[in-house]
Design a protein around this ligand. Sequence first.
Ligand SMILES: [Zn+2]
Length: 290
Amino acid sequence: MNKSFYFKLTQSAALVSAVFFCTLPAAQADTLADNLAAMEAQSPINITTNNTTFVKNLSPLLFTLNSDTQLKVINNGSPGVDKTAARANLVDPGAGSVTVGGDTYRLSQFHFHAPAEHLENGYKFPMEMHMVFADSKNNLLVVGRWVEEGAFNQALDPIFSNLPQTVTDTLTVDHFNLNALIPDNLNSFRYDGSLTTPPFSEGVKWVDLAQPLDMSAAQINAFSSLFPNGDAREIQALNGRTILTDVPGFATVAVVPEPETYTMLLAGLGLIGFMARRRLVNGGFMGSVA
Ligand SMILES: [Zn+2]
């Protein structure tokens, strides 16, 4: 798929969420600053053609999502220095899950940021959705999806037509189809990062879906107007991390393990052999592996 086609992809889907808003006491803020200074794998990041690596067969994303579930949507307040987001909580903890790489993560909530937090080749979408999953050991996986201005999103209308305007409001949505949040095309960008809100904990697996979610200008404005100063964290340094993608034609570098490389991996010789034997494909493209 070429670039222009990629940008034209649209999709209906959408969101749940409430905002976490916490103001940290001074002592905790100092500790947070100290901790942050030592962290090197933070989110969000700018995802570009030059810092991504194409991998044809990423582990499939196997979603199991309830088509009729209840949500509690809250507004945690306009974010200050500690950026936050509005959030929709799932009432039924078993309503959604994703299995990837042999591990199953349960959906706990989804929320939105305006403007988007992750950038795509420097481009900032007007909004971004985050679906927050946790496995049985409380390892976090966040599925992110950009929102672009387009068609009215009927599935999200129960939330966006009646967003809680204050921190004391709670919106109950009795019937929501979680499948509306996910596109048909599950091509993605994957990297290891962090929470984008305090305490910015690392070890978060990020799966940023490439196909944006369409919402109307009025729907986007309904959310953005709640957060006039924005609720997106600034872009963080990649610090040598690798971003893998299965989006055709996006990355300038493709890595295709050769058969003997698989053998080496199976023999336990590890990743060094894999990297040494990577080869470029798409002969016309040259680039570097981030
Ligand atoms: Zn978020």
